[in-house]
Design a protein around this ligand. Sequence first.
Ligand code: CP
Length: 316
Amino acid sequence: MKHLLAAADLSPTEIRFLLDAAKKMAPVLRREKEEGKTVTIPILSGKTIVNLFFENSTRTKLSFEVAIRKLGASALNFASSTSSVTKGETLIDTAKNIEAMGPHAIVVRHSSAGSPQFLAKNVSVPVVNAGDGFHEHPTQGLLDLYTMEEKLGTVAGKRVVILGDIAHSRVARSNIHLLRKMGASVAVCAPPTLLPPVPETLGVDYAYRPEELLGDADVVMALRIQLERQNRMQLPSLQEYSAFWGLSRERAKLLKPGCIILHPGPVNRGVELDTEVADGPRSVILDQVFNGVLIRMAVLATVIDRPSLEKWMQGA
Ligand code: CP
């Protein structure tokens, strides 16, 4: 694994390795949280990693930054809005110039699907995809999978319902690849305009109404409406979406005991999730955020220095 470009590229063995590495790191970070002490797992001590973000982010950007620090490395943070991209510099020139400064990996988020693959062909350092258009968000998919396993033990044989803007969601695509590879049964639900034109191409079950799926779910993942990726609004209104597809308090009553609720964030409260549901006992949204740091540590250590990671795992 030189790069992490897409969940579609990962074998079940590679997925399991990344989940196991994250799991080994969890007690160390949890101890830090409980005891308030700063800890590091200095597998990447002395290394430099560039966060190349051409799209806005809160969770992904900051959790990569935390992961980099926890691994003993230094983060160089790039935001396109304050860079020479505003003067017309291209993605490839930007990346080549950054590469000339000698980083050990590049983490990239870009609105164009395929940008990480393009970079990986043109730079010599590992590239990690932090979200490319509506294509993939592999570290989000991995942290979601990790969170489901943490709460349910395994995803094999479990029913995962992904509810929301499937057509424009890179999170849905990465989750579908990973969940199917790890033996989950996946169904998606959205208004017809927010599903791909031929939903069968996703390789999962689908329904247009949540009521058809919620009662059997072990996991419900609600997704944000990606207005920034739609040429024009694909719905009459957000109120209409909320009324028919939102996970409201009433609709959440259909869920069976033990069913957990995920959301990749940012949450539009009152649209895809009611506040009571987002903050309720089934919600594992903040666990997803904590686990995101673990997964990103595991991914960076794997692509930059897997032998040192494996040595650390043996001693942990
Ligand atoms: N889940 C996610 O990608 O959130 P951000 O856009 O805040 O990074």
